[in-house]
Design a protein around this ligand. Structure first.
Ligand code: NDP
Length: 296
């Protein structure tokens, strides 16, 4: 039987509506407007598209968007000084530095200069540690969006076997922490994993975050499994520039119980979760009740 398609676009629209409603309440009841500052260094075309889209959606849910576009030759010291200003600015509740940064900058140093309470990407070492120890933290947006879709589709995840292919700090590792937090039995696979296909076939939940177009084939998928495809890969197909995931959708969707498409799966949820995190950061900064269902 063909898999259920998990519609990330529709889910993201629901999350944005929930965020917008809460933002309106903050305005009406507390005179508060959440603010998100996005910092872009250089002119990487993909980063420019992401930043534009983030800014647009921030405004659409009623938040203030502050964009800081810096020249590629900006010094690390100048970027750190901007971050200090944003840390101190009470109108700014969330700060996102668009990655990758130019090679002359130390990304870890820059990310760890952000006030952890405003670190809406959840990459600051304090948030990484809080998440790893099961404490309240800012949760990285892509894994958070993936978790929300899994919970929505499966209900309780307790006791399920989860396999995550990819061990990056921004997707694979935090995804593993979140699934462990929901009592899955978690395996993290990577480029040195032996017999990856066999490892994947054990998964009730299979998360692909590899960056290799259509690597995961249908016969790697356990019948009925839920597949979350995080990959975003541009390939040339039939003379056209096409977006595909890390999972071979055609073969995997014939075996899986449910699957996220690319595009229209994890991608839209990532930006929706950035807005949710900015709202959460605003509520926490002002000691107000956090929105339900929008955090891990
Ligand atoms: P990274 O390149 O940082 O990590 C890739 C991971 O995949 C590594 O752990 C690597 O293993 C593993 N890997 C690479 N090749 C293989 C292989 N042949 N077999 C098994 N494992 C392999 O990527 P990211 O985590 O940043 O991103 C992963 C994908 O997700 C990309 O396509 C990216 O574009 C996409 N992405 C999508 C987002 C969204 O909003 N939807 C957000 C962020 C990323 P090793 O560590 O051993 O090298």
């Amino acid at each position: 039987m063909a898999a259920t398609i998990i519609d990330g676009k529709a889910f993201a629209a629901k999350v944005r509506a929930q965020v917008a409603e809460h933002v309106q309440r903050l305005k009406d009841e507390h005179g508060l407007v959440p603010g998100l500052a996005v910092v872009l260094v250089g002119e990487d075309p993909a980063s420019q598209v992401y930043v534009r889209s983030k800014g647009k959606q921030t405004v659409e849910v009623g938040m203030n968007s502050y964009e800081h576009k810096l020249d590629v030759a900006t010094t690390e010291a100048a970027l750190l000084s901007l971050i200090q200003q944003l840390n101190a600015d009470p109108k700014v509740h969330g700060i996102l530095v668009q990655l990758p940064l130019p090679p002359h900058m130390n990304s870890d140093l820059v990310i760890n200069a952000i006030d952890p309470a405003k670190d809406v990407d959840g990459f600051h070492i304090s948030n990484v540690g809080l998440l790893g120890t099961g404490q309240k933290s800012m949760v990285p947006c892509t894994p958070l969006g993936s978790l929300m879709m899994l919970r929505d589709h499966l209900g309780s995840l307790s006791g399920l076997n989860a396999v995550i292919v990819g061990r990056s700090n921004i997707v694979g590792k935090p995804m593993a922490q979140l699934l462990l937090g929901d009592s899955c039995t978690v395996t993290i696979a990577h480029s040195r994993t032996k017999d990856l296909a066999e490892v994947c076939r054990r998964a009730d939940i299979l998360v692909a975050a590899v960056g290799r177009p259509e690597m995961i084939q249908g016969d790697w998928v356990k019948p009925g499994a839920t597949v979350i495809d995080v990959g975003i890969n541009r390939i040339a197909r039939d003379g056209k520039n096409t977006l595909v995931g890390d999972v071979d959708f055609a073969s995997a969707s014939a075996v899986a119980g449910a699957i996220t498409p690319v595009p229209g799966g994890v991608g839209p949820m990532t930006i929706a979760c950035l807005l949710a995190n900015t709202l959460t950061a605003t509520c926490r900064a002002h000691g107000l009740a956090e929105p339900q269902g929008l955090t891990a």
